[in-house]
Design a protein around this ligand. Structure first.
Ligand SMILES: [Zn+2]
Length: 648
């Protein structure tokens, strides 16, 4: 029913199947007023709307049984999926509605809604705990009642709880077993008042508590400035009445805010409306024509933003995109410290690597992939190093390796040592300095005091935790003299390139991987053009290939070595017996055949596909995490690159 196709961290491009066809997410559902179609449904389709939303409560009051006879899709003239709302928002605005949960859900079924919403209880942001608790209990009760009568209709069960996060969590957990579709209820007042930190808390609490495969809908979120941030938190659906509401107020949407149309001299937009007229002409139109043109423009902006967000997800650069978008409104920046509270959850879904790291602002240095990298340097490099001498190269920026390797070799001619570069990414071992993110980073020369403070904090942590007998800050010739006097050694040192390969293996696969993979007779195959490392052979067998991001692709022979070192289920995806042969022929692993997966694996990690007897089927790349495999019953879990029986 809901399948993940592409992802960037928690953000995802999915496909929802309904009775009236499939929808690709993130999707914007324009709100259709059944009594007054400002923009025709054909026009909405042409703009990119695959799904629309309307209000069953208003339809019931205006059309009654007529809508049941005609059917919702005929009534609106839209043959794609239609979601219906229940009147909850009307009760939020007017205090009450003249229907019951049972009545409205039955009505939604009768008119043929694809996704019907229960009549939940709207929790206001300032509701007391007691009131919110009562409303949450009532919402859950009504969801159960609705499930009994919803039939084939997908049931939307809004997650309520106001700003009481434990109630949000409870509501999300209980609804998980009841609903099919999960709007976040009660968030419109937060967005209207630019309470973005609270919005992050509410959205992330629900996202963490709901199953990964649950479609999440930001109910009432129709302003494009919010789309990127919401998708970064795992949002799948938006609905928008704001294109029409804003137009009625004479307001012109942009991807970063809202402008009063009266004050607009130029139309800063390339949509068909704005490129075929100008501000003066638009002002001279009669009111209803102007209203319609403004609404069309607003819709263009909304759909364009959805496309930009999708592009960013497909390119694995959504967080970068959102950091650029946060300048849209000063209050948007309050979202970022709030996001840090959910760093662990983000880290578990962040891809192993991306193409490039652009510094946008201080929060760039707190991205989950950066914090995970920093953590791993301490856990997988510094904590296990057995050398006695550490040389610290001063603060510098990429390319770190090219800048410092010659000096490192001069030190190695005197004594064995580890090398750390003092960077804004924290202490960076020279062996790991080509990896994403530091290896492909672009920062300004002076990233600012906050970034300096962060850098200093991690250098201080290094100073307090390292186990070296001697740690020296690099001062050129002087450092070489000191080392020559103190610890000249004549032992043969390991080749630095082999050290680097082993360090990357430890960093990527876990401590100990380097010593099993990079041992014996190692032969390195390089690109003829660039001289870059391409393949690593051990005792005549191809075990690893190097990716463009500096990490390794695992070959079957390499995987076998890792399996000896790391017991089940580490580094593995365990598939059912029936799927084994299929995967062994090099075919992808589908989620429903996954019995177990290493919980430490993140998207784009290398993974070894095995059966229950730990027989290897192949190697590939993680698409879905362990938790996601459990809840997504459809779609690809692992992209298999090489199967043991391939070609048979
Ligand atoms: Zn426009």
């Amino acid at each position: 029913m809901f399948e993940l196709k592409e992802r960037d961290g928690l953000a995802r491009i999915c496909r929802l199947s309904t009775k009236h066809g499939d929808v690709e997410t993130p999707a914007l559902m324009p709100v259709i007023n059944p009594n007054k179609q400002l923009v025709k449904t054909e026009e909405l389709k042409a703009l990119g709307a695959e799904i629309v939303i309307t209000n069953a409560y208003i339809i019931k009051r205006s059309y009654g049984d007529l809508a049941c006879e005609k059917g919702l899709h005929n009534l609106l003239g839209f043959d794609g999926p239609i979601m219906t709302d229940s009147g909850t928002f009307q009760s939020h605005v007017y205090g009450s509605v003249e229907t019951t949960n049972k009545e409205i859900v039955e009505y939604e079924v009768r008119i043929g809604s694809d996704i019907g919403t229960i009549l939940d209880e709207f929790v206001e942001p300032d509701d007391s705990y007691e009131i919110a608790e009562r409303k949450v209990a009532e919402t859950i009760k009504r969801a159960k009642e609705a499930r009994e009568i919803s039939g084939e209709m997908l049931l939307a069960t809004p997650v309520q709880g106001g700003l009481h996060l434990d109630l949000r969590r409870k509501c999300a957990v209980e609804l998980s077993d009841i609903g099919d579709f999960f709007p976040l209820g009660g968030i419109v007042p937060l967005m209207e008042n630019y309470r973005f930190a609270s919005l992050v808390d509410v959205a992330m609490t629900a996202r963490c508590a709901l199953p990964a495969s649950a479609p999440v809908h930001f109910f009432g979120a129709g302003h494009p400035m919010i789309f990127g941030l919401a998708c970064m938190m795992g949002a799948d659906f938006f609905d928008s009445a704001s294109y029409a509401k804003y137009a009625a107020d004479g307001r012109y949407l942009t991807s970063t805010g809202t402008v009063s149309f009266e004050e607009l001299d130029e139309l800063p937009c390339a949509c068909p409306v704005c490129s075929s007229t100008d501000a003066r002409e638009l002002r001279e139109l009669d009111e209803s024509a102007r209203y319609r043109q403004l609404a069309l423009h607003n819709l263009h902006v909304c759909f364009a933003e959805i496309r930009s967000v999708k592009k960013a997800i497909r390119n694995n650069e959504l967080r970068d995109y959102v950091e650029q978008r946060m300048s849209a409104h000063p209050q948007m920046q309050n979202a970022f410290p709030a996001l840090l509270r959910y760093r662990d959850f983000f880290e578990r879904h962040e891809p192993l690597a991306r193409k490039v790291f652009f510094y946008r602002n201080f929060y760039s240095m707190h991205r989950p992939d950066v914090s995970r990298f920093r953590k791993r340097v301490f856990e997988r490099y510094l904590a296990k190093s057995r050398r006695n001498v550490l040389v610290i190269f001063p603060n510098s920026q990429a390319p770190y390796f090219d800048r410092w390797i010659e000096n490192a070799q001069r030190v190695l001619a005197i004594t064995d040592a580890d090398f750390i570069v003092d960077t804004y990414f924290g202490p960076l071992p020279l062996e790991l300095s080509l990896l994403y993110p530091p290896g492909v980073s672009v920062l300004p020369q002076h990233p600012g005091r906050d970034a300096e403070a962060l850098r200093n904090a991690y250098m201080l942590k290094l100073a307090h935790t390292h186990n070296y007998r001697l740690a020296l800050y690099w001062e050129g010739e002087r450092t070489l003299d000191v080392l020559a006097n103190l610890c000249r050694s004549t032992d043969a040192h390991e080749n630095f390139e082999l050290r680097m390969l082993a360090a990357i293996c430890d960093f990527q696969f876990g401590v100990g991987a380097g010593s099993v993979l990079i041992s014996g007779n190692i032969e390195i195959v390089r690109s003829k053009n660039t001289g870059r490392i391409r393949n690593v052979h051990r005792n005549g067998k191809h075990i690893l290939s190097m990716r463009n991001d500096g990490y390794f692709n695992l070959k079957i022979e390499g995987a076998k070595l890792l399996m000896e070192k790391f017991g089940k289920p580490a580094l593995r995806c365990i598939v059912s017996r029936e799927a084994y042969e299929f995967n062994a022929r090099g075919k992808n692993v589908f989620a429903k055949f996954v019995l177990e997966m290493d919980r430490n694996l993140v998207p784009d990690d290398e993974v070894i596909v095995v059966n229950e007897d730990d027989e290897i089927a192949g190697v590939g790349r993680v698409v879905l995490t362990a938790d996601e495999c459990r809840t997504f019953r459809t779609g690809i879990a692992v992209k298999v690159r090489e199967g043991v029986h391939e070609g048979n």
